[in-house]
Design a binder for this molecule. Sequence first.
Ligand code: NAD
Length: 416
Amino acid sequence: MSSENNPFNAMLEEFSGAAKLLALDPGLWKVLTHPKRQIIVSCPVMMDNGQIEVFTGYRVQYNITLGPAKGGIRYHPGVNLDEVKALAAWMTWKCAVAGIPFGGGKGGIICDPTMMSQRELEALTRRYVGEIADAIGPDKDVPAPDVNTNAQTMAWIMDTYSMHVGVTSTGVVTGKPIEMGGSLGRREATGRGVMITAREAARHLGLNIEGATVAVQGFGNVGSVSADLLSRIGAKIVAVTDWKGGVHNPQGLDVTALIAWTEQRRTVAGFPGGDPLDPGKIFELDVDILVPAALENQITAQNHHLVKAALIVEGANGPTTPEAHKALHNRGVFIVPDILANAGGVTTSYFEWVQDRHGYFWEEDEVNERLERKMVAAFTSVLDTARDYNTDMRTAAYIVAINKVATVTRLRGMYA
Ligand code: NAD
């Protein structure tokens, strides 16, 4: 992994830009750039062919100053400790920007879920949870879905943890099925937050969202819901890609039909409502808004000069490298950073955790209204900070977050 593409280095670089402007105390600087706890486990699993495989899993609790660690679990062949550390750090800053009482954590397992059966995935999930059971819990660390994990994975985690502690513990994970303590609106929450921040950013830029053209990279949970909700407020989704292919229609794609197509075929490739698009070309399209919603390191030193959009809304975590970010910002491209743009997911995860703890569940409208208020407040506070410090939105989001976590760290003091 090159230094530019190491997500933890990227996080540190983003952090230092903001910490310098804040004149952060050097001691607090050290505290906030070290993960509190890093767990590495080996998970043996009996595969369907009768052979034993051993999978490496990680859980990083980056910072728990504001509350329990919070963050997803990723299943992917590319998972590594630096990636999990970066994602856990981003969760810390994201929760602080969103104004919710959680710290940051993240987990991952090196595996290729596309090559595994449901039974193998369940066995792997349960063994991983068995290995980290002492470290998680509703007051300690609350996992959630991320790339290649979903509500079913969360159900297995909740059940395994509950068996360990001897009580049904719904609050140990979020993103659960509705029937077992999930929150209405959680599945759509990250995409809804992307839609809200895109709408607010467009308003700030004087860009009419009605008729604005949008290209979306990734058509999983975040990409598909972002596309759907943006199209519902009048934006025109002209291109979508995923790991297998892409589709482009300058007149606008029928997002509902594209979602139905993808549900059946697990890819947007071959969708008849547009022309095939090479996934590598998505960022070069002549559109108003780009929504990267796949993985990190997608807009880099190699391709940032090809970007034509005026607005980038980062649905994914870490899709733009620091070098690319700097160049794009200098060119006047407005970037809504990941720790703000995709904070809708963790905000509604917080609502889910609150509902689980109360044992009282809200209507979907109430969830969405509360999310709308939190996201608009977060966007406004970051935009105001960007103006106050005469800086870009990413640095401003870090300033808001670091200020909050540093203040509470100072108030709590050093336990010795
Ligand atoms: P997902 O697994 O549901 O979807 C990922 C999508 O990206 C898939 O369509 C996949 O085909 C596509 N993809 C993978 N590699 C690609 C490539 N090279 N080019 C184009 N497309 C590619 O995952 P998700 O939950 O939608 O997460 C996407 C991103 O959003 C990740 O960065 C994740 O950390 C972040 N995120 C997710 C949530 C959430 O609530 N799910 C919350 C905050 C941030």
